[in-house]
Design a protein around this ligand. Structure first.
Ligand SMILES: Cc1cc2nc3c(=O)[nH]c(=O)nc-3n(C[C@H](O)[C@H](O)[C@H](O)COP(=O)(O)OP(=O)(O)OC[C@H]3O[C@@H](n4cnc5c(N)ncnc54)[C@H](O)[C@@H]3O)c2cc1C
Length: 270
């Protein structure tokens, strides 16, 4: 394994428990949307006992000259505590290869794409939705993100939410796109998009596996997940992933495996 010593371009704190870090992208570091990098940070700035963790790449795979990550801060845990000490201009370590199979080539072409995440698990989708191919390849794209509360939704600028900021390929396919943010610990009005049109909804508090099973999401989206034409990605909290995947299997959906495309792909963050 080759390790790159990379420059930390910036460190920002969009929420009290979320870091946004941007690092220089080493020449030849190519990745597919949905893949992650392994980042190493020394807890004492002396280069010893580095803490390594997987972090999903948010930048545009083709164009960007830097790599951006949104990283949770969990006080008292090794990577989080090391992360708290770094500042722009520091050097951190990056494995020279990207990793992971949570990518769109897990699925055959076409159909309805459903993207579910909890918390920072939205990161792979931030990357995928900046890619032209996803907008062309699927009949509909529905992004359903759950956050603890509104302070955790710090991705507005990276998601295709504002008409005037859309790329041409997003604009041309916007009627395919739906976006549903769900806040699990507060009952608030959610600013949603349903097939390209802005709308608001108030969801019963709770996790989205419940909103699927009780029909609330189907009603709002006028669309439902089926084993015929749905491709479902689940990213983030393993408990959410297990409950949702178990439910999807009762609908006849199958996990996508290497060389055997199915309808479900998952990325467990821990
Ligand atoms: C493939 C993959 C991609 C990942 N991408 C990201 C990413 O883009 N952003 C990110 O913040 N994390 C991501 N993670 C998690 C990340 O690797 C670390 O676990 C995280 O940065 C916390 O590190 P830590 O040492 O502070 O805590 P750890 O010792 O790693 O974890 C301690 C506990 O914290 C909780 N936890 C871990 N990660 C999260 C999280 N993201 N949100 C809420 N609770 C968590 C779990 O309960 C875990 O048992 C990813 C993990 C995997 C496997």
């Amino acid at each position: 394994m080759q390790i790159n010593n990379v420059n930390l371009v910036s460190v920002k704190y969009p929420a009290e428990n979320i870091f946004r870090i941007e690092i220089d992208r080493p020449a030849g570091f190519n990745f597919k949307p949905g893949q992650f990098a392994r980042i190493g940070i020394s807890p004492n700035n002396e280069g010893s006992n580095e803490i390594w963790r997987a972090q999903t790449i948010v930048s545009r795979a083709e164009e960007d000259k830097t790599l951006v990550f949104y990283i949770v801060y969990l006080e008292g845990n090794p990577f989080s505590d090391a992360l708290k000490k770094i500042k722009s201009g520091d050097k951190i370590h990056l494995d020279d290869l990207p990793y992971g199979h949570f990518t769109l080539d897990r699925f055959g072409p076409g159909g309805d794409l459903w993207l579910f995440s909890t918390g920072t698990g939205v990161a792979p989708y931030l990357c995928m939705l900046q890619q032209e191919k996803i907008w062309e390849n699927f009949s509909t794209i529905t992004l359903i993100c759950s956050f603890r509360d509104q302070t955790q939704f710090v991705y507005r600028d990276t998601l295709p939410l504002e008409f005037e900021k859309l790329a041409d390929f997003q604009n041309a396919n916007y009627q395919k796109f739906s976006f549903i943010p769900i806040y699990t610990r507060e009952k608030v009005v959610s600013d949603c998009i349903v097939r390209g049109v802005k709308t608001t909804n108030t969801f019963s508090r709770g996790y989205f596996e419940k909103l699927i099973t009780n029909g609330e999401l189907n009603y709002i989206l006028e669309n439902s997940i089926s084993d015929i034409n749905s491709k479902v990605m689940l990213s983030g909290n393993p408990n959410m992933i297990k409950t949702t995947r178990d439910f999807l299997k009762t609908l006849g959906l199958r996990s996508s495996r290497r060389n055997e495309p199915g309808n479900i792909a998952v990325e467990n963050y821990w």
